[in-house]
Design a protein around this ligand. Structure first.
Ligand code: APR
Ligand code: PHB
Length: 399
């Protein structure tokens, strides 16, 4: 079928992907008077249906404030001053605020962040093409990059100054870089997380991270009436093998007696299994193509860093692009983008890997590894210095 007859247009920045990275970048650039188009392969409904993490660092909240999309977050988000670590059947609190001069995290689902950003983009009248097929990126090694996509059977072309690759881990932008120009670093963990969302009040006011002989568990929440729970599971686990009752029995068996007693169960409204992976691609800039968020890196969810890293990339990327247009096309900040991001990314990768290693049962771990975890957890909850190191990473290192 001929695809001729599509539109041709020009914008300053073409953004691939309407996840949190692409939408937040679009909003910050819009506020600076920079024109963007967002090309997203899925529908808006599909993007909003993905359930992901929900803990925002203070820096991410401040960035959302700057983007003008934080009013519902401040109304509905839950501010948390601490987390709990549970091991050997007992809970121990880490006083995040007390250990970090008052820094806190806000529990507010990624789905809600995405919805607020979509609403802001619609209100701004900025262009988003959903269900854009066969997106491809061209000539980003020169001065005149372009993007092509198919919509309703027609091929459209967008010329631009820069392409922002915000299209997630499976996206097309990173895969369009010549193999010799990029280096990937990866660790795949030998287990997954089985997650359940339920319309039930959270078991505790704060998140509980559990190290248990049956495996890791996490009690999280989305609101005072909606909970999110996870248990570590085998990679080949099938969701059909986990009716709700089995899930509730399993998580209860991993909690301390008081939490097990307090757990309110109910029908799941979402249930899924996710693998755990650490991944970084270096560099994050290839001429006029700049990667941000999951397109460039993945963290295992244990430290709740995925969305926050996407936000810090977008902070650096938006400032670099704004500087470019404000300073007669200077490339100085664009040149610094990749190194600035990666320095913060590797620290968050380290923290997420460390939290994962501390709390999960590894199939080949054995008794020695378990004793090392217990000693480290005991040290963490007994030493202010060790607890401070956890707390300052959990609330987020400075931008
Ligand atoms: N063309 C257009 N859009 C694409 C393509 C493509 N070829 N491939 C992927 N996309 C879209 C996806 O459909 C998705 O909506 O890009 C978007 C990427 O969004 P995310 O995966 O949410 O990535 P990002 O915006 O960087 O957000 C990072 O998401 O995975 C979590 O833990 C992660 O919270 C973090 C956040
Ligand atoms: C979540 O609420 O989904 C969540 C919270 C904290 C994490 C991971 C996931 O570390």
């Amino acid at each position: 079928m001929s695809k001729a007859g599509g539109t041709r247009m020009r914008v300053q920045v073409a953004i691939i992907g309407a996840g949190p990275s692409g939408l937040l970048l679009g909003q910050l650039l819009h506020l600076a008077g920079i024109e963007t188009i967002i090309l997203e392969q899925r529908s808006a409904q599909y993007v909003l249906g993905r359930i992901r993490a929900g803990v925002l660092e203070q820096g991410s909240v401040e960035l959302l404030e700057r983007a003008g999309v934080a009013s519902r977050l401040h109304r509905e988000g839950l501010v948390h001053d601490g987390i709990e670590l549970c091991f050997l059947g007992e809970r121990h609190r880490i006083d995040l605020a007390g250990l970090t001069d008052g820094k806190r995290v806000t529990v507010y689902g990624q789905t809600e962040v995405t919805r607020d950003l979509m609403d802001a983009r619609a209100a701004a009248g900025a262009m988003t093409v959903y269900e854009a097929d066969e997106v491809s990126v061209h000539d980003f090694d020169g001065d005149a990059p372009s993007v092509r996509y198919v919509r309703d059977g027609l091929e459209h072309m967008v010329r631009c100054d820069f392409i922002a690759g915000c299209d997630g881990y499976h996206g097309v932008t990173r895969q369009s870089v010549p193999a010799g120009a990029i280096r990937n670093f990866e660790r795949v963990y030998p287990f997954g997380w089985l997650g359940v969302l339920s319309e039930t009040p959270p078991v505790s006011d704060e998140l509980i991270y559990v190290n248990h002989e049956r495996g890791f568990a996490l009690c999280s929440m989305r609101s005072r009436t909606r909970s999110r729970y996870y248990v570590q599971c085998a990679l080949d686990e099938r969701i059909e093998a986990w009716p709700d009752d089995r899930f509730w029995d399993e998580i209860r068996s991993r909690l301390d007696p008081a939490a097990a007693e307090a757990l309110v169960t109910g029908p799941s409204i979402e249930k899924s299994i996710a693998p755990l992976r650490s991944f970084v691609a270096e560099p994050m800039r290839f001429g006029r193509l700049l990667l941000a968020g999951d397109a460039a890196h993945i963290v295992p969810p244990t430290g709740a860093k995925g969305l926050n890293l996407a936000a810090s990339d977008v902070h650096y990327l938006s400032s670099a692009l704004i500087d470019h247009y404000a300073s007669a096309g200077s490339m100085a900040e664009i040149d610094r983008y990749s190194a600035r991001c990666l320095s913060r990314i590797w620290k968050a990768e380290r923290f997420s890997w460390w939290m994962t290693s501390l709390l999960h049962r590894f199939p080949d771990g054995g008794d020695f590894a378990r004793k090392m975890q217990e000693a480290e957890l005991d040290y963490l909850t007994g030493s202010r210095a060790a607890a401070t190191a956890l707390a300052e990473n959990y609330v987020g290192l400075p931008f």
